[in-house]
Design a protein around this ligand. Structure first.
Ligand code: HAS
Ligand code: CU
Length: 546
């Protein structure tokens, strides 16, 4: 199904994205360690030359981890996978490099105020917190870069289609294209918030802003962004891990259906982040709460399909029994182990998401440490540990040298998983005991004695995660610099048991689904946005509080 089509220059482009991603991750784990230790009772080492406050740290941590690490990894990984799926080179390497530099220029623009404490506004940058204009313009450029990635995939798709009329799109390429299309569509909310509200406001062109309208536009993109992080991990779970485990993909049509459902259902449900916001009608909040439960289904399809595929691999390796086969997966392969541990954590993290989404229960957990526990299990483990598992074959491939140490990689994966169990469970429980999120908690006047024991565990978990992160980065660094091992082969894609041709041709179309997705967004958001825009009052002054 695959041939190695990635030329050396194309590989360099992938490598460049991964390099930026990993530098960001380094900053993310250092700040994470300091925050975990602060929770455990150590004094936060604020300094005018480094991190000026706990909140400065949280802003840097959030932006580097969930915006930079994820986005740059994805924009390197998905085109790589798409090209292998199509078995032709992607069009215009030049467009690829222009895209990369647009994103890097944007990143540097955003990073200067961020590091300089002029954008201490968290990764959600809710107004009336106000950042330096370069932060908003920089992030907007990064988003524009992601649109160009979509464009490059779409142009390649056209070339491939002309050469293969009537054939089904290779599944990995289809998944990459659907993921980028979903994201491009969903990022319209963020683009509107930036262009019409935050950028003119930060440049002083308008005096005030409307926080509720800004938040609503933000979450129109802010929810689907979590699936922009998740779906590339799903690509690996469907297309690569089953093959790495010696098995086959259970069903191609079911996998396509799952991705198309994400295209339809990712965007029209961001209001589940605003259940506690006044000024939005409960009817629409409830409607979007139902849609949130609907987007659970493509993940259920994924669960079923991926478990069945893994089982086929484990049984081929001699696994037996109803559940005992699970032990027969190639647990000694760090790339596989990391990703299966990520899947296991996602079972818990995803169920936590359903709790968040349960309208009235959301009022109990909203803005508490519970949410921090949730997203460290999802983006912090399901996604991040999967990306680490992918790096364990991708980086050696790009570098042309074998992984420096498999043992260290295995230890790192288990350490991340166990550190995160401790960290995330403690935060969930602290949230249920009423501890707020995004707070320098050891300084809070309302500090509750019953939080103390659990907070120590947050420090322990955070430290284990830091050690694991350092082992990961060190292993990759040694791989690209001193490893003498021969470069490994890239894992082939899993062959499906149930093939694309067995499903309806509709599952290989994109345009009708995009139209339907737009209609869904208009139905779910139209009335609320129309009312908020009609009644908008741009009178909130900006604040710089830290
Ligand atoms: Fe979430 C808040 C609801 C998924 C990330 N979420 C957040 C925030 C982040 C985040 C970052 O409804 C905080 C934003 C902020 O700063 O305020 N989330 C959900 C729901 C899902 C969900 C219903 N979230 C994610 C994913 C994320 C992510 C994925 C990142 C990648 N989330 C919410 C809500 C809030 C929220 C509310 C707002 C809370 C508030 O009040 O602020 C669902 O998509 C989850 C469905 C998935 C599952 C898991 C299925 C399991 C699978 C694993 C397969 C396992 C295998 C191996 C194959 C139910 C697919 C196992 C093998 C065996 C043999 C067992
Ligand atoms: Cu959400």
């Amino acid at each position: 199904m695959t041939t190695d089509t990635a030329s050396i220059p194309e590989q360099r482009l992938t490598g460049a994205h991964l390099l930026v991603a990993h530098v960001a991750l380094l900053g993310g784990i250092v700040t994470g360690l300091l925050q975990g230790l602060e929770h455990a009772g150590f004094e936060f080492p604020a300094s005018p030359y480094f991190l000026q406050s706990y909140y400065h740290s949280v802003s840097v941590h959030g932006v580097l981890n969930v915006l930079v690490w994820t986005t740059f990894f994805i924009c390197g990984f998905l085109p790589f996978i798409a090209a292998r799926g199509y078995a032709i080179p992607l069009v215009s390497l030049r467009l690829g490099w222009v895209t990369f530099w647009v994103m890097v220029v944007g990143l540097v623009m955003a990073a200067i105020p961020l590091v300089g404490n002029a954008a201490t506004v968290m990764f959600t940058f809710y107004p009336p917190l106000k950042a330096h204009w370069a932060f908003y313009i920089g992030l907007t450029l990064v988003v524009v870069g992601t649109w160009l990635v979509t464009l490059r995939l779409a142009l390649t798709h056209r070339v491939w289609r002309a050469q293969h009329p009537g054939a089904r799109t290779p599944l990995p390429s289809f998944m990459a294209l659907v993921t980028m299309t979903m994201w491009t569509l969903a990022s319209i909310g963020l683009a509107a918030e930036m262009l019409f509200m935050l950028i003119p406001w930060s440049l002083g062109l308008v005096q005030g802003t409307d926080p509720l309208l800004a938040r609503t536009l933000f979450w129109l993109t802010g929810h689907p962004i979590v699936y922009f992080w998740l779906l590339p991990a799903y690509v690996s779970w469907y297309m690569l891990v089953p093959r790495q485990a010696g098995g086959r993909l259970f069903s191609d049509p079911m996998a396509r259906a799952s991705f198309l459902l994400f295209l339809l259902l990712s965007a029209p449900l961001g209001l589940h982040h605003q259940v506690a916001d006044p000024g939005i009608h409960e009817g629409w909040k409830l409607f979007q709460a139902f849609l949130t439960f609907a987007v659970f289904f493509p993940s259920l399809l994924t669960f079923f399909n991926v478990v069945a595929s893994l089982e086929s691999g484990a049984r081929a390796r001699g696994g037996t029994g109803l559940v005992a086969w699970f032990g027969r997966l190639p647990w000694g392969d760090p790339s596989v182990a990391a990703q299966i541990l990520g899947m296991l954590m996602f079972c818990a993290g995803g169920i936590g998401g359903l709790i968040n989404a349960s309208y009235t229960v959301n009022l109990v957990v909203h803005n508490t440490a519970y949410i921090v526990g949730h997203f460290h299990a999802t983006v912090g483990t399901a996604v991040t540990l999967t990306f680490m598992g992918i790096s364990y074959w991708l980086v050696p491939h790009l570098a042309g040298r074998g992984l420096w140490s498999r043992g260290m990689a295995l230890a790192q994966s288990w350490l991340w998983f166990s550190g995160m169990l401790i960290f995330s469970i403690s935060l969930h429980e602290l949230g249920l005991r009423g501890m707020p999120r995004r707070t320098m908690i050891s300084q809070a006047a309302y500090f509750q004695p019953e939080w103390k024991g659990l907070l120590a565990w947050v420090g322990v978990g955070g430290t284990l995660l830091f050690v694991s992160g350092v082992l990961y980065l060190l292993n990759l660094l040694l791989t690209v610099t001193v490893s003498r091992q021969p470069a490994p082969a890239v894992p082939e894609f899993a062959e499906p048991i149930s093939r694309a041709e067995e499903g309806p041709a509709m599952l290989d179309r994109l345009r009708p689904w995009v139209v339907l997705a737009v209609v869904m967004i208009i139905v779910a958001y139209g009335p609320t946005l129309a009312r908020l825009i009609a009644g908008a009052s741009f009178n909130a002054p900006g604040f710089r509080v830290w």
